[in-house]
Design a protein. Sequence first.
Length: 202
Amino acid sequence: MGTVVDLIKVVQTITEQFRNISIDSVRCSRVKSRLSTCDNCLQVCPTQGITFIDSSLEIEECIECGLCTSVCPTGAISIKSPSPQYLVIKASELVEQYNAVYIYCEMHDPKKANIPGIKVPCLGIIHWESWLELLNLSEKVKIYLPELGCYKCQLKIGEKVRQDQLQKAEAIINKQMPFTSTIFAQKSRNEEKLDKERREFL
């Protein structure tokens, strides 16, 4: 017969599976060494919900903004969706079909049909390595950020994290990511081809 402790562990495991933020305490430098002074995640957490307890990394009151995942140097904290791999793969697919591909945050979701883009909780979740891949991918990839940008956002630190991560990538590749405050619906190359075939048929 299972104990209450076993039941609590089962509940915690199930809860972790539904969480969008993954924690691997073994990779955390603060957990591995008492001499570590790394506090990157603590500096950006908007709820101040990250703690180190009994040789483990714990996150309480998590709003899943993902900012901690982009500043963690060891990958101890990571985001499941959208993962860094997904961002680059999805952008690669969209670039093949559209003239412009937009990356935007949930707050500035254009909610329009036929917008070739990738929505993230906050632009600050994108790690410099992902920005580097996106910069190298195509000039078609743009950041959609309306006027006033992050001014009204509750995640004030998100803008600084995004700037730091993006600037690091831009300095490496000596190239700047284009920004746009306007966004337009587009048809994919396949849709344009079908339209052309229909017109020719008629």
